[in-house]
Design a protein around this ligand. Structure first.
Ligand code: PGA
Length: 248
């Protein structure tokens, strides 16, 4: 099954109007930079800027989180419908930084994915084990449990999500999962999706965690790795473009 690759930048809490303008213009100007699907996910205040700067380009955009609720007394929260108003295609949910720093549970992440789909967005659902969990041989159990909550909540809509496998120990550490380690987990996740939806073979499963221009090609050449979720390297136009080219 040949799936089109997807490379998504996760800017995290980085950027400014001026820095974003320079980065986005550089991305738009790069010749042949997008032989695959490309998107950037920015902090909420910059979604309007992405909409203006990326309109008419081949680059899609999105947010890094959304509320599980549609509206109401949730001070500081941002709904999926609000995000959709800015032309976003994607929203990341369940990033490990949110699971850890904001104590997001598997069920909350699943509810956020459901809210995203209801607003017409594609949720990029992150799963991944910590170093302690990997060393305790719990990787399979952890990622299965995380994905299982999403599958149960979304039921027949599961096919509409993107999954991102991000081993927590590889995020921002410069320590990447080996292509074989990543492929093993991707294959496991795809088998789990296959049990839930008839179109799992067509679903996109991204790898994230210290993806750089020099390791992207071997990661993306694995059978079940359909692209990447890129943190640090997505803040440098030339590096991000090189990763996108590696997905070609
Ligand atoms: P990194 O981050 O590429 O900087 O490791 C990936 C992520 O957190 O999505």
């Amino acid at each position: 099954m040949s799936r089109r690759k997807l490379v998504v930048g996760n800017w995290k809490m980085n950027g400014s109007l001026a820095a974003n303008a320079a980065l986005l213009d550089a991305l738009r100007a790069l010749p042949g930079a997008a032989p695959c699907d490309v998107a950037v996910c920015a902090p909420f205040p910059y979604l309007a800027q992405l909409q203006t700067r990326l309109a008419g380009s081949t680059i899609a955009w999105g947010a890094q989180d959304c509320s599980a609720h549609a509206s109401g007394a949730f001070t500081g929260e941002v709904s999926a419908a609000m995000i959709a108003e800015f032309g976003c295609r994607y929203v990341i949910v369940g990033h490990s930084e949110r699971r850890t720093l904001h104590a997001e549970s598997d069920q909350l992440v699943a509810d956020k994915a459901k809210a995203a789909l209801a607003a017409g967005l594609t949720p990029i659902v992150c799963v991944g084990e910590t170093l302690a969990q990997r060393e305790a041989d719990e990787t399979a159990a952890v990622v299965k449990r995380q994905l299982s909550a999403v599958i149960h909540t979304l039921a027949h809509c599961t096919a509409q999500i993107v999954v991102a496998y991000e081993p927590v120990w590889a995020i921002g550490t410069g320590r990447t999962a080996s292509p074989e380690q990543a492929q093993e987990v991707h294959a496991l996740l795809r088998r789990q999706l296959q049990a839930a939806t008839a179109t799992a073979a067509a679903m996109t499963i991204l790898y994230g965690g210290s993806v750089k221009a020099d390791n992207a090609a071997t990661l993306f050449s694995q059978a079940d790795i359909d692209g990447g979720l890129i943190g640090g390297a997505s803040l440098v136009a030339a590096d991000f473009a090189a990763i996108a080219r590696a997905a070609a």
